[in-house]
Design a protein around this ligand. Structure first.
Ligand code: ZN
Length: 158
């Protein structure tokens, strides 16, 4: 029920949104309305849109996606980090995962970092996925956008 409330209240975009153009905000809002098929960590289409908007605004973007594939929360960070909002509404008890996965962009190519692993552990996320936005490739030809996806999946171990 808490999760439904969250969605109905349209509290969707958190974080460092100041200074963004209206057109970028609209793209972020559209990202928030997307669904990712629940079988996949993230669909290629959603990963691509995420990478494109992230490159455009030069900030990391994160989506918290539930197990049905709904985007529950969209977070905007800065070029190197992302600060997640309070997720206590999603908490299901100490021994259970929270039912959300974090899919987020990296504007640097460094794989999952300590912050990602800390969020994974402390927030009891199902999974953390980092999409590395390869800047030089995007500059040359936006239509050949490639996102390398790395995943660190704890949900199968619990
Ligand atoms: Zn990260």
């Amino acid at each position: 029920m808490q999760v439904e409330f969250f969605r109905e209240a349209h509290i969707r975009i958190f974080g460092n949104t100041s200074g963004l153009k209206a057109v970028s905000l609209r793209k972020l809002e559209r990202l928030s309305q997307r669904r990712s098929r629940s079988g996949a960590a993230v669909t290629p289409e959603l990963a691509r849109s995420l990478a494109e908007v992230s490159r455009e605004i030069k900030r990391q973007i994160g989506l918290l996606i539930d197990r049905r594939g709904h985007v529950c929360v969209t977070i905007v960070g800065d070029a190197r980090s992302l600060f997640l909002p309070d997720l206590s509404a999603y908490r299901r008890g100490l021994d259970r995962l929270c039912g959300l996965r974090l899919v987020h962009t990296h504007l640097h190519s460094a794989g999952l970092d300590d912050d990602d692993l800390t969020d994974l552990a402390l927030l009891r996320l199902d999974m953390v996925v980092a999409i590395e936005v390869a800047a030089e490739m995007l500059e040359a030809n936006p239509t050949t956008l490639a996102s390398r996806m790395k995943r660190f999946d704890l949900s199968k171990q619990t």
